[in-house]
Design a protein around this ligand. Structure first.
Ligand code: ADP
Ligand code: GLC
Length: 490
């Protein structure tokens, strides 16, 4: 079965968060399961420069809605064998900055065009007249950037190609001025509340949710949550309406996240040989980040986008009280300016005890996840969250809010769950500073009980977070859809 997987990020070529990790690991897991998957991505500079030997599949000049030079390139992702189809359109993608924002941190004004074009290419690849040797049986659209594909497919001639829309984060919807409807070649008749329109704007994500054959999101708990007015970001009614086609499939983590062979780490370790390796990672990290070198003091780590979603303010608000305990804190993140400046102040207030790096630094993220004792992730909402799974895999019990994928992956440490050898971290119910502080304090007391702590670490390290089952679940969905598409309707 042939699957076109459309995404705006893929590790290690372009990454702002977990979508990039998923777009790398899930297609590979699907290929291992025997599916013929190709990934379609925009040709940002970081993608083109690392594409290696690429060939031109075809030119894309004739394709709406742009009239500047564009072509489709074929290469592969490193030495993984995963075929990449790259939309090379310099006027849209060849610029400095990130995939969505310029170097000044502001969204590109022409994002509707940049991702509208990606969607047009995706939909065109599904259309029968495309002069290509490969055409997909199912198209898998990820997040709003690919959300127009199911809408565009509605207007295609020829046999319909079924679509799957995966919501990695309902808070990012791609809502734009309605003038983009016609500019992007969409029929004005579809601009209504049961189509593309959302509060008077063109919504890429709503289009995807409305028109896709199946909708998935990245954890079972989040699939429930987004159907409620509190967490539905205004789309809960539509999601309830499409409940029968909506499923939550928990993300996995890639095998390369393995402390026994991670090239970013100063020392390798695993669940059998834990103590010495973990200690080496911790003291090297302390030294590298300007913290006092002390193998016994609890070291709390946080690696995150700095946004409201991630609950960084809960940490900032409780920090003065937490710092009364003997502990160190290490933060790696980038994002909203006010959070960055509050974090900078904290680092200045506690020299030698708090280290803050405001950057996106992949190797450092691995070293923090491996070298910390506790991993903090107080997200207000979290569709899945990968970082907490990486932390458990690296023997660093997480402290998380009981929401979305965090609730689905972390087992709170209680007498009962310890007895059953299921406990892997510390959870708190409501995203308030008090609840967060209490959970961290619980974790700090448990840290003093070394035997229990070891058990907690090892249980987390042995949890199966592989992509095997999720990939089988996606394959099942593709199979049902393509069988249905091939069955003549009476
Ligand atoms: P989200 O996608 O919402 O940001 P996830 O937990 O799913 O959250 O994925 C975040 C990914 O991005 C993880 O791989 C995490 O380690 C990484 N990450 C986040 N911030 C940084 C950073 N500043 N530097 C390096 N990696 C980061
Ligand atoms: C989004 C979500 C995160 C999820 C990731 C990958 O960025 O915020 O929770 O893990 O996508 O699905």
């Amino acid at each position: 079965m042939k699957i076109l997987f459309v995404t705006s990020e893929i590790h290690p070529l372009v990454k702002t968060g977990g979508l990039a990790d998923v777009s790398h690991a899930l297609p590979l897991a699907l290929r291992q399961a025997g599916l013929d998957v190709r990934v379609l991505v925009p040709g940002y500079p970081g993608v083109l420069s690392r594409l290696g030997k690429a060939s031109t599949v075809c030119t894309l000049e004739a394709l709406a809605p742009i009239w500047s030079p564009a072509r489709l390139l074929e290469g592969q992702l490193g030495d993984t064998g995963l075929p990449l189809w790259v939309v090379d359109c310099p006027s849209l993608y060849d610029r400095p900055g990130g995939p969505y924002q310029g170097p000044d941190g502001r969204d590109w004004d022409d994002n509707p065009l940049r991702f509208g074009f990606l969607c047009h290419v995706g939909a065109w690849l599904c259309s029968a007249p495309a002069p290509l040797p490969w055409s997909p049986d199912v198209v898998h659209c990820n997040d709003w950037q690919a959300g127009l594909i199911p809408a565009l497919l509605r207007h295609h001639q020829g046999p319909p190609v079924p679509s799957v829309m995966t919501i990695h984060n309902l808070a990012f919807q791609g809502n734009f001025d309605p003038l983009w409807v016609t500019r992007l070649g969409l029929p004005m008749e579809s601009f209504h509340m049961h189509g593309l329109e959302f509060h008077g704007r063109l919504s890429f994500l709503k289009a995807g949710i409305n028109y896709a054959d199946r909708i998935t999101t990245v954890s079972p708990r989040y699939a429930e949550e987004i159907q409620t007015p509190e967490m539905g970001c205004g789309l809960d009614g539509l999601l309830r309406h499409r409940q029968a086609e909506l499923a939550g499939i928990l993300n996995g983590i890639d095998e390369s996240w393995n402390p026994a062979c991670d090239p970013a780490l100063p020392a390798a370790f695993d669940a059998q040989r834990l103590a010495a390796g973990k200690r080496r990672n911790k003291t090297t990290l302390q030294q590298d980040c300007g913290l006092a070198k002390d193998p016994d003091v609890p070291l709390l780590g946080l690696v995150s986008r700095l946004t409201y979603q991630k609950g960084i303010d809960l940490l900032l608000d409780t920090l003065p009280a937490l710092m009364e305990h003997p502990l160190q804190l290490i933060v790696l993140g980038s994002g909203e300016a006010d959070m960055e400046s509050r974090l900078r102040e904290v680092a200045d207030t506690y020299p030698g005890r708090v280290s803050v790096t405001l950057a996106f630094d992949e190797p450092l993220s691995h070293r923090i996840i491996a070298g910390s004792d506790l991993f903090l992730m107080p997200s207000r909402f979290e569709p899945c969250g990968l970082a907490q799974m990486y932390a458990m895999r690296y023997g660093t019990p997480p402290v998380v809010c009981e929401t979305g994928g965090l609730a689905d992956t972390v087992v709170d440490c209680t007498e009962g769950t310890l007895g059953e050898r299921r406990a892997t971290g510390f959870t708190f119910r409501n995203a308030t500073p008090e609840a967060f502080k209490a959970a961290v304090q619980r974790a700090l007391s448990t840290y003093e009980m070394r035997t229990i702590w070891r058990q907690l670490q090892k249980t987390g390290m042995r949890r199966d977070f592989s992509w095997k089952q999720p990939a089988a679940d996606y394959a099942g969905i593709y199979h049902t859809l393509s069988t249905r598409a091939q069955t003549p309707q009476s």
